[in-house]
Every structure is written in structure tokens, then in C-alpha cells.
Design a protein around this ligand. Structure first.
Ligand SMILES: [Fe+2]
Length: 394
């Protein structure tokens, strides 16, 4: 969570009366980590827990684990995922999952017809292509290509998408927690001057007061199951709120990269912490300047982490055959490294124009059946130099 905001109408102290023409407002306290973590208190015209009807809601891509037999480096072509006829809620397609995180992609084609609250995790979207508005009980956040977009768990929201705009998003459902890395903050919680971004880089909700779009249904997700609640009033009936839990957008290019004379580990690209992992941003930058430096990432075995990279734009120095929308998965337990020629070929480079989102996680990820359908079967062996393959064939 970022910093505290206070928008709209709130009483002088929490848990005291706020009335309008004599009618008492209802508090809606959203608390994290029990009552130990960040919280937001919204004030609503109506009680948030009074629902007229409850039903199962099934319109979501299933998360069907499909554990592979072999330990291989894998490449999924999310650019081959067909455009969904559905809105973002139903277009989410999980590809790699664990108890800590679900990594998916979506290519939605219309606005959500219902509101959504995710009880399974904080949703961090990366907007690879597209634009729109995240509409929430706490206000609107406009977003565009190149933005990260955070929707904290439990925030009632929907996506409003413009007609005729292609959408292609990455989604990281952080099932424990997502937060700014603690080392980026000073003792009063402000982002430090040596953090890789500033408070000004984030776009916070624009709140204009209660809104009635004529929609009454809220779909809640918990343990992968969806329940649809029908309310007797608009769920966007918030008159004011204060707290630190709210959606925001952060443009990836606002991340300030670090470079050294020789190669630094990927942790310097760390952008957001999730329980059990780290989200990193690889943005265009100058590269290592020591005359003997090898700017390309070294072959390595990160023996406690699975590594996932979503390639967004530019020429990724260590990879061949991947393009925008590609998602590579390098599991712990075996080494990975650059493609043939990339290691030596990077010597003398002065900059890179690569743009990518990386996720290192400690719990092993399992591909889903949807991932298998997008897999590039030749990826694991694409790291063998052609001359070795030729020698084997002769
Ligand atoms: Fe790596």
C-alpha cells in the first residue's frame, strides 16, 4: 500500500456518527492482515453486507493444473491466446499457479457487466496493450499501455473499456500480499530518495462521490469459486473514505533503473514485493560499462526460485525467438541462461531497449492446461548452439 488518502465526506473520528438528513451512514472498514495491517474506512449510504439474492457465478476460466512430466524451460505464447468474447472478469486465463500466486493473461473485449471483488489475492495487472478505466467504490483510475494497475483484494470494482481498443494484459494474483518493498521506505513510511520511484509516479483514484450505474450485482471470488450477490442499491454508494488501501496505477517507465560497472543481480529491478516473491521491471537503460564487462545476464541456477518473464517490447539481450507477449518460465532445479551467441555478443553494448516484467517466486509454479495450449515445444532445446545439433545429427 502506498500512502494515506482522505477523499469525500468522513466524520472527525472513525466509528463515530456521520449522518445525511438524519440518516446514519454505514462504515465499511477494509482491514488487512487481521487488524495489524493497512486499512481503509469507507462511508456508505447503505450497509455493505445486506444482499437480496445470492447465486453461483461460473463465468471464469478454470484454473486446471497440468503438471508436466519433465523439468524443462518453457515458453508460452500469450500473443496466441484468442481475444476473449468476455469482459476482464471472465477473460482471466491463469497460466502458472501456486498457493502464493496465479500468473495469467487476458485479452478482454468489453466492459465488466458486474462488479468484482477478489477475495483470493491482490491483483496486479500489467497493461501490455490497451486502455480503460478501473471503476471502484473508492474512485476511478484511468490506465493505458505500459501501466501497472493494482486492485487490492476486497475492493469492489469493474473495468470500463472503450470500444475498438485491443486489450492484452498480464495479471499477477498475489495470494498473500503485495506491497512496496520495505527497504524503499524511510522510518516514517515515505518513499526514500534512493528508492527507484517516487510518490509522484503513482496515479491515485479520482473520487467524485456516490455513483449509480444501474448495476446491482457483485461477484466475489474466494478459493477459485465465484459467488454473485445482488444488492438492493448501487454498490458504488460511498460518500467518502480514508486510508491506505486503494487501487493505483504506476507506469513501468517511471521505474528508475540501476546500472553498475559490471552486471548487477536482478533484485535491482525489484519493483513490488509479493508474499513469496518479487516483481521486477526491466526498462530501457545504459548497461555495464567496465571494458571487460559482459552485459548479458549470466547463466545461472537460482535454486530456490521459479522465474517468469513477460516480454513487452524491445530486443531482449539474452533471448532469441521470444517477442512481445511471450512468457518464459524457468523453473528452479535446473540452470538457465542466454541463447546461443547472446552472451559473447553483448560485449561492448552500451544500452538496452528491452522492456519486460519478471517475477521470481519461491514456491514452485504449476502450469495450467491453458498454458500447455500456448506452449512453444522447441524452447528448451533452443539453447543448444546449432553447431552442436549439427554435430549430433552427422
Ligand atoms: Fe534468470
Amino acid at each position: 500500500m502506498l500512502d494515506r488518502l482522505q477523499l469525500g465526506e468522513v466524520p472527525k473520528k472513525p466509528h463515530t456518527q456521520l449522518r445525511h438528513e438524519g440518516r446514519l451512514r454505514f462504515e465499511h472498514c477494509l482491514t488487512r492482515l487481521g487488524f495489524d495491517g493497512p486499512f481503509t474506512i469507507a462511508y456508505r449510504e447503505n450497509a455493505p453486507h445486506v444482499q437480496l439474492a445470492v447465486a453461483a457465478h461460473t463465468a471464469i476460466a478454470p484454473e486446471t493444473p497440468a503438471p508436466p512430466e519433465l523439468l524443462l524451460r518453457r515458453h508460452y505464447l500469450s500473443q496466441r491466446l484468442p481475444v476473449s468474447p468476455h469482459s476482464p472478469l471472465s477473460a482471466r486465463t491463469p497460466l502458472l499457479v501456486s498457493d502464493d500466486v496465479a500468473i495469467g493473461v487476458l485479452r478482454p473485449s468489453g466492459s465488466d457487466p458486474v462488479y468484482f471483488e477478489n477475495g483470493d489475492g491482490d491483483d496486479l495487472y500489467y497493461i501490455h496493450e490497451g486502455a480503460g478505466t478501473l471503476r471502484s467504490i473508492l474512485g476511478d483510475v484511468a490506465f493505458a499501455a505500459g501501466d501497472y494497475l493494482l486492485v487490492p483484494r476486497g475492493i469492489v470494482h469493474r473495468f470500463v473499456l472503450p470500444d475498438g481498443v485491443a486489450q492484452h494484459w498480464l495479471v499477477i494474483e498475489a495470494r498473500k500480499d503485495l506491497h512496496i518493498p520495505r527497504q524503499f521506505r524511510n522510518e516514517v513510511g515515505q518513499l526514500r530518495m534512493d528508492a527507484p520511484y517516487t510518490h509522484r509516479d503513482f496515479r491515485r483514484p479520482v473520487f467524485t462521490g456516490p455513483l449509480d450505474e444501474g448495476l446491482r450485482d457483485v461477484v466475489a471470488k474466494r478459493q477459485g469459486r465465484l459467488t454473485r450477490y445482488t444488492y438492493p442499491y448501487s454498490p458504488l454508494d460511498v460518500v467518502g473514505w480514508d486510508g491506505t488501501v486503494y487501487p493505483w496505477a504506476f507506469p513501468i517507465l517511471a521505474f528508475q533503473p540501476r546500472t553498475s560497472s559490471v552486471h548487477l543481480p536482478p533484485t535491482i529491478h525489484g519493483t513490488f514485493a509479493i508474499g513469496g516473491g518479487l516483481v521486477c521491471s526491466f526498462v530501457p537503460r545504459l548497461v555495464d560499462w567496465d571494458p571487460a564487462a559482459i552485459p548479458c545476464p549470466y547463466p545461472h541456477a537460482s535454486v530456490h526460485c521459479d522465474e517468469v518473464i513477460f516480454y513487452c517490447k524491445g530486443n531482449f539481450t539474452s533471448r532469441k525467438g521470444v517477442g512481445p507477449g511471450s512468457l518464459s518460465f524457468h523453473p528452479m532445479g535446473t540452470a538457465h541462461g542466454p541463447h546461443p551467441g547472446a552472451y559473447e555478443g553483448s560485449i561492448g553494448a552500451t544500452r538496452t531497449d528491452e522492456l519486460a516484467v519478471m517475477l521470481d517466486v519461491f514456491k514452485p509454479l504449476t502450469p495450467t492446461s491453458a498454458a500447455l495450449a500456448l506452449e512453444d515445444p522447441g524452447y528448451h532445446m533452443s539453447f543448444v548452439p546449432p553447431e552442436l545439433l549439427a554435430g549430433r545429427a552427422s
